[in-house]
Structure formats: C-alpha cells, structure tokens
Write a protein that binds this ligand. Structure first.
Ligand code: GDP
Length: 469
C-alpha cells in the first residue's frame, strides 16, 4: 500500500489508548495499556513517575509508578516501554504501560491516561487499522493477527500464522502481478497496435486461465480452512447407558480446548468443546431426544431437535452388547436427511460379534460405521478419522494458506471475472472487453491485500476487531 495516499485520515493525528490484554476480575498477572500517536510519550511521562536517571529512549523498558491526579496515591507499579515511530506496531509513536492484571488498577491507569489532553479511547481495531494505513502490515496480515487471537486449536493458530507471516499477501500479490503483466500487454495493443508485434492471444488466455484455476483452488481451500477456524458442531445421540458420556470423557482427554476454561465466556453448559486433530469440535447436547408426553421434557427435546438440525454431523451411539433395537432405529429416523451421520457401535469389548444382527426381527440389520469400546479405547482412532472425514475436515490437514470469508469472496469474484474474460475472447470481442474483466479481477485481488481498498471498506473490516487490537 502507498502510505502517502492512505494516511490522509485526520484520525492519525490523534493519540489513542486502550487496554490491549483481556480484562477480567482476578485474572492476569499483568495487563498492557497501549497508546499510539504523537503525544503517546508525553502522556507516558506525565502519568508514570519514573525514579532515578532512566533514559526515555526507544525500545527500552522503564520502571515506575502511576500516581493519581493529586500525585499522592500510587495507583499501580508499572513497566513502561517506548517505541518510537516508525519502529512500532502502528508505525506511530507507541507507549505500552505494563501494569498489574485484574480489573480495578488497569481501569484506573487507563482513566489517568484518558484524562490527559489530546488522548482518546481507541475504537475497535484502530491500532491494526493504523498499522495498515501506515504500511506496517498489509490487510491480510492484520486480519490474520485477529484470527490468531481467535484460534481455538493449534492447527487454526498455525494457519493464522501463515497469514501473519505474509503468506496470503505473497500468494495473492503474485497472482495479481501475473494479471497486471497480461493487462499491460493488452493495453499496449489497444493504444499502439500497429507499432507492436501481434498479440499472443492464446498464450495470454492460457495464463489467465492458470491464474483462475489457482484462485479456484484458494476458494476451495478456504472452505476447508473455515472448518479449522470455526470448528464443527457434532451432535452425540443415543439411548441412555450406551456410553455417550464415557466416549465424551475419553475424547476430551485428548488435546483440550482452552476456551471452555476461560472466565467470562458464557456458553451453554450442555455443550462441551474438544479438539480432534486440530479441528475444534463442539459436542451438542441431545440428551432429551426420546419420546415423551411431559411438557417440561418437551422443552429439552425441542432444543435437542434444534441441535440435530444445526449439527454438521450426528454421531449415533448404540450398545453392541444389546444389539440394534427399535429405540436406536427410532433415533436414527429422527436425524434430518441432509445431515451426515455416523452409526457407532459401542462396548465392542463386551460383545464384538453382534455388530449387525438386530434382536428385533422387524428391524433392518445395520452395520455400524465404527465399532468402539469407550472403555478400552479400541476403535477410537477409527472414530476420529471417520468423524473428520464425514465433515470434510480430513482434507484440511495439509492446508498451508486459508483465506477468510472476505478474502474468499473477493478471490471468487476475481475467478468469475477471469471466466468472463475467456468468454469475451472466445467471442472475438475487441480487446477493450477483455481488459474490463481483467481490471475487475485485479481490483478484487488488490482489495484482498488492501492495495486497492477504500477507507470505508477498511473501517468496516476493522470495526469487527476488538478494542485494543
Ligand atoms: P450414557 O448414558 O450414554 O452417557 O452412558 P455412560 O457413558 O454413562 O455409560 C453407561 C455404562 O456403560 C457405564 O457403566 C459405563 O462404564 C459403561 N460403558 C460405557 N462404554 C463402555 C464400553 O465400551 N464397554 C463397556 N464394557 N462398558 C461401557
């Protein structure tokens, strides 16, 4: 991005401040308040009293105290870090005040900071937005940082890091460069056709279609990446005592998702979150699914049915030692047709042989997709593999680059424009027609990296970030 054209916004003249770490009562040994803008250092100097002969140099740590307005009471003991422009996250003068965690001291320090002249509270995503406007990060890197913070599994975090390292930007830029090369060939012909050798139309078209195919691959990969980012909703159903809780306990002893333990994340207690091979999986409660006339129980059942309807996958567990019975078949029938399902025969350690023979003569025989013992762990790996495969998540393992939804939409737009360009060529339309589509594709790719993006679009993107980012 050209900083000269983008940093016209007057907001960069203002100094902004916010708590950059998670805020929760009783939590966090330290918290960081971040300031960015022209008076950041001046604010640091007036809010933090630093004893002795410490140097206010860039990239040095100072020690001191934040005092209240009267200058008599110590609010907190802090470390302060000055990072002078342009060697900072935002590219502006940045000061970080590292105070103690929790709620009260942090808020009081922030209030002290905000009471200084020419400082205001940062808007959501405003630090990242300034970093992009000042050319410190490209748009895909800023978005990837947000994804990294939001990651719910190691795999999702790894994928986000590719973006932070500029992997998305490099990939998109190289495709955009290839299109720009072709555009300049075409435009030269539009203006000076007679002075130039004849256009290699076939070569040009081939190149455009190669780029298009790469874009389509990126769009496909993005769908798989979304599974890693957003995770899967899996409903676990089965009669009482078939071993659902035992299975859940066994699965959750693997890579634990940390989110569930965080304070302040209000979630339905009946859901539990696990991570299988890097894919975050929310197991939905469906305990209430069975026939009942009780009105209260009906409520639970409605919720369970909802769980079935929104699930990416339903895992139906039955008890091999009891065989496949009418109640199991009734549960199977309740699963909406369009939802993928896995039938799991549990307690294989007790009765491994009755896998397909129904006790009830009226019932169709069923062959479980997986046989398992939640007790011994036999069949566990096969189950995990089957779950990931049924959701299409197994192919997400080898992914290196995954676009987010916004980037994916733009890549798809670019691919469509290139397909249109091909039609124009095949109909022998004049070159001007080809260039329209080519320019459109180039613009869409530029919008992914932020190379061609309006301030309004940027504001919309960053407004979805949290305050302090
Ligand atoms: P839920 O009601 O479906 O959640 O079933 P539970 O997980 O509570 O299991 C019911 C009973 O079956 C418990 O006594 C478990 O120890 C036992 N159980 C669960 N899975 C197995 C298994 O694979 N083999 C054996 N032998 N017992 C199991």
């Amino acid at each position: 991005m050209d900083p000269a054209t983008m940093s016209v916004s007057s907001s960069s003249q203002e100094t902004i401040a916010a708590v950059a770490t998670a805020v929760a009562a009783g939590q966090g040994g330290i918290a960081v308040i971040r300031l960015s803008g022209p008076v950041a250092e001046a604010v640091g100097r007036s809010v933090v009293s630093v004893p002795g002969q410490q140097l206010w140099d860039s990239h040095r740590v100072l020690y001191g105290h934040v005092m209240d307005e009267s200058g008599k009471e110590r609010i907190d003991e802090v470390l302060l870090l000055v990072m002078k422009a342009p060697r900072s996250f935002t590219g502006e003068d940045v000061v970080e005040i590292h105070c103690h965690g929790g709620l009260i001291a942090v808020q009081r320090v922030l209030e002290r900071v905000l009471s200084q002249p020419d400082v205001r509270r940062a808007m959501p995503g405003e630090f990242s937005q300034r970093a992009v406007l000042n050319g410190r990060l490209d748009l895909t890197q800023a978005e990837a940082i947000s994804d990294l913070v939001a990651a719910r599994s190691r795999r999702a975090a790894q994928l986000a890091m590719t973006g932070v390292d500029g992997g998305i930007q490099r990939r998109i830029n190289s495709l955009r460069e290839r299109l720009l090369d072709q555009l300049s060939e075409l435009e030269a012909r539009v203006d000076f056709e007679e002075d130039l050798p004849a256009l290699d139309a076939v070569g040009l078209l081939d190149e455009l279609q190669l780029v298009r195919r790469e874009l389509e691959q990126l769009v496909d990969d993005a769908n798989r990446g979304a599974l890693l980012r957003q995770g899967l909703q899996v409903a676990l159903v089965g009669r009482p005592n078939v071993g659902k809780s035992s299975l859940l306990n066994r699965l959750s002893r693997r890579e634990r998702a940390i989110v569930t333990d965080l304070p302040g994340t209000t979630r339905d207690l009946l859901e539990s979150e696990i991570v299988l091979e890097g894919v975050p999986i929310t197991l939905l409660d469906t305990a209430g699914i069975r026939a009942t006339k009780d009105a209260l129980e009906q409520l639970g059942i409605d919720r369970s049915h909802q769980a079935l309807a929104v699930a990416d996958l339903v895992v139906l567990v039955f008890d091999l030692s009891q065989g496949w019975i009418a109640e199991d078949a009734a549960l199977l029938a309740q699963i909406p047709n369009d939802v993928p399902r896995l039938v799991v025969g549990n307690k294989a350690d007790v009765q491994p042989l009755s896998t397909s023979a129904p006790l009830d003569d009226d019932l169709e025989a069923i062959t479980p997709d997986v046989t398992l013992s939640a007790l011994t762990g036999q069949g566990e790996e096969a189950l995990i593999e089957a779950v990931l495969k049924a959701c299409g998540a197994s192919e997400a393992q080898g992914l290196v680059v995954a676009l987010n939804q916004r980037q994916q939409d733009l890549a798809a737009d670019a691919a469509i424009a290139l397909a249109r360009g091909k039609e124009a060529a095949e109909q022998n339309l004049p070159w001007d027609f080809w260039t329209i589509d080519l320019r459109q594709a180039i613009r869409s790719l530029g919008e992914i990296t932020g190379e061609e993006v309006t301030e309004a679009v940027l504001e919309r993107i960053f407004s979805r970030f949290c305050i302090g980012k």
